[in-house]
Write a protein that binds this ligand. Structure first.
Ligand SMILES: [Zn+2]
Length: 77
C-alpha cells in the first residue's frame, strides 16, 4: 500500500470536530454487579436457561437473553 503525501486528507490532522470526549452511558457488565465487601450482588436479571453469568437485556415490557433468545415478559404496571 503506497502512502500518498499531499492531497490525502487526514481526519485528525489539527482541527478537531466536536467534543473529543464522548460520554458513554451504556450498560456494561461491571454495572451489573455490586460489590459490597467480599460479596457481589447481581443487580441485573440473569437468564434462567443460561444460568448466572448471562444477563438479560431489559426492555420496557420484557427481558430477553441475547445468548439463547429466551424472552420473559415483565409485569404490567
Ligand atoms: Zn439465555
Amino acid at each position: 500500500m503506497a502512502a500518498k503525501k499531499g492531497g490525502a486528507k487526514k481526519p485528525d490532522a489539527g482541527a478537531k470536530k466536536g467534543p473529543a470526549v464522548k460520554k458513554k452511558k451504556s450498560a456494561s457488565k461491571k454495572d451489573a454487579y455490586e460489590v459490597a465487601g467480599d460479596k457481589i450482588t447481581r443487580k441485573k436479571p440473569t437468564c434462567p436457561k443460561c444460568g448466572p453469568g448471562v444477563f438479560m437485556a431489559t426492555h420496557a415490557d420484557r427481558r430477553s437473553c441475547g445468548k439463547c433468545g429466551y424472552t420473559e415478559k415483565s409485569k404490567k404496571q
